[in-house]
Write a protein that binds this ligand. Structure first.
Ligand code: NAD
Ligand code: G6P
Ligand code: MN
Length: 454
């Protein structure tokens, strides 16, 4: 049993490997392979991965580290993809270019997300093709690579038969925070309903051991004026990004604003719990106001998560000592490893997945890539059907959905017109003129990565 991690040099690789290795009996995993285009970065990350497998967990799992496609994919049972095309340098551009034009600068939302999407579509098709060429015919690709919404639409359009499931860790990170706020220790007993697009959705119910907790949660958020447990705010120095380490990365630095934003959104729309990412669409003006156009989330990550990991590896190489806080372990890795267990062992466990709607939400298009709950077994996700969604959410979703569809079409066809339509349609953009200015700057910045637009 072989698991290949594409984007082996990712800051999330050690955490994912730890989650896999902790589940080695259920997964029956013999070998983990790391594949990346950046040899040097991946080899550094592999140092800590080897420590986890051999020293920390004494797992007996073989590690292969490669930049060769055939060595990476040959006979793989699972491919976990988590590549960042253009790396943090391009994430910085995705965030800073729109801000220069007074618009939301975010890696997966608004114009930044569209730009990141244009870079990732074709490399993702290569992952699918390489998997189909070399891996076992039964191999599943589980994809975290962002922007997951646009990537999944591109998969649907270009490789409709691929065995790929696109996933996101934000809803479970929100559930982690909800559990902490509600003082629930056994979060596996929380069951929720959810609908939307990736990074664009709502929780409609949350139950703990069969009891509704939406009501107490609503009260908590109103009282605290934020959805973050006190412990996160006091002891862990929210807003102080350099204090970031360990499991609570979603509560640090500029992330603070989106948890505050949940309170602000629910003051107006209290029925559902919004995904944190809806802040960028519902509070676009306020987001720009509290952003620093010279120091965005990309800078925070480079100065904290990335720096802590690589400094930690250097220290280990010099002293032989490792502090586990230099890498992330927890929900992010657990989610993808548990999904693999569900597929392999046919557990029919409930997950949120990004999948073609096919009528699951009756008043959204049949071919929309939606994020919804599903029971996952050996044949993939069995989606749970839902009711019609309210007009407000449906309207917001349709605007975002058509924006993303146009972007994917524009990218495939090399059509400037369609990509401009996508930028203009995005809710974070105030006018056609601004859309065009941002797009033209993005074309310049992404020369190395984007297909030519005519
Ligand atoms: P990172 O920059 O640390 O790691 C990404 C790695 O991908 C780099 O080592 C880079 O060299 C490699 N890479 C780039 N292009 C590649 C290609 N074509 N083939 C193989 N490798 C390639 O980034 P990170 O912050 O650790 O995030 C990794 C990815 O995971 C990003 O796409 C990020 O958006 C995504 N992510 C998604 C979720 C989710 O909810 N879906 C959650 C967390 C992270
Ligand atoms: C959440 C989202 C991911 C995104 C990440 C960014 O986990 O679900 O899709 O990649 O946040 O976090 P970062 O710490 O890199 O800003
Ligand atoms: Mn996500």
């Amino acid at each position: 049993m072989i698991i290949t991690i594409v984007g082996g040099g990712s800051t999330f690789t050690p955490g994912i490997v730890k989650s896999i290795a902790l589940r080695r009996e259920e997964l029956e995993v013999d070998e983990i392979r790391l594949f990346d285009l950046d040899k040097e970065r991946q080899e550094k990350v592999a140092v800590v991965v080897k420590w986890i497998l051999d020293e920390d967990l004494k797992s007996g799992i073989k590690l292969t580290v490669t930049t060769d496609v055939e060595t990476a994919y040959k006979d793989a049972d699972f491919v976990f993809a988590q590549m960042r095309v253009g790396k943090y340098a391009m994430r910085e551009q995705d965030e800073k270019i729109p801000l220069r034009h007074g618009c939301v600068g975010q890696e997966t939302c608004g114009c930044g997300g569209l730009a990141y999407g244009m870079r990732t579509i074709f490399p993702m098709m290569k992952v699918i093709d390489d998997t189909e060429k070399y891996a076992k015919p039964t191999c599943w690709i589980l994809n975290y690579s962002n922007p997951a919404s646009i990537v999944s639409e591109a998969c649907r359009r270009l490789r409709p038969d691929a065995r790929i499931i696109n996933i996101c860790d934000m809803p479970i990170a929100i559930i982690d925070v909800v559990a902490a706020a509600m003082e629930i220790k056994d979060k596996e007993n929380i069951v929720y309903d959810y609908y939307g697009l990736n990074h664009f959705g709502w929780f409609t119910s949350i139950e703990y051991k069969g009891k509704d907790i939406m009501d107490p949660l609503r009260k908590y958020i109103k009282e605290h004026e934020i959805l973050l447990p006190d412990a996160y705010l006091k002891d862990k120095a929210a807003l102080n990004v350099t204090a970031e380490n360990g499991k609570d990365r979603h509560a640090k630095g500029s992330w603070y604003y989106v948890w505050k934003g949940i309170y602000e959104i629910m003051e107006n729309f209290p029925d559902t719990l919004p995904n944190t990412y809806l802040n960028y669409y519902l509070q676009q003006k306020e987001f720009v106001e509290h952003s620093n156009p010279d120091y965005t989330r990309a800078n925070e990550v480079m100065d904290s998560r990335e720096k802590n990991l690589f400094d930690g590896i250097d220290k280990y190489l010099k002293t032989g000592e490792i502090d586990e806080k230099v890498f992330y372990a927890g929900s992010h890795g657990d989610w993808i490893a548990d999904l693999a267990i569900a597929l392999k062992n046919d557990t029919k466990r409930r997950f949120l997945v990004i999948t073609e709607n096919r009528g699951a939400i009756p008043n959204l298009p049949y071919d929309a890539m939606v994020e919804v709950p599903a029971y996952v077994g050996k044949n993939g996700p069995e989606v749970i059907t839902q009711n019609n969604i309210p007009l407000f959410q449906q309207g917001l979703i349709m605007q975002q959905l058509n924006c993303e569809k146009l972007l994917v079409e524009g990218c495939i066809e090399g059509s400037y017109q369609k990509v401009l339509e996508a930028f203009t349609l995005n809710k974070t953009v105030p006018s056609m003129k601004v859309a065009k200015e941002i797009l033209d700057d993005m074309i310049e910045a992404n020369k190395e990565y984007w297909p030519e637009l005519k």
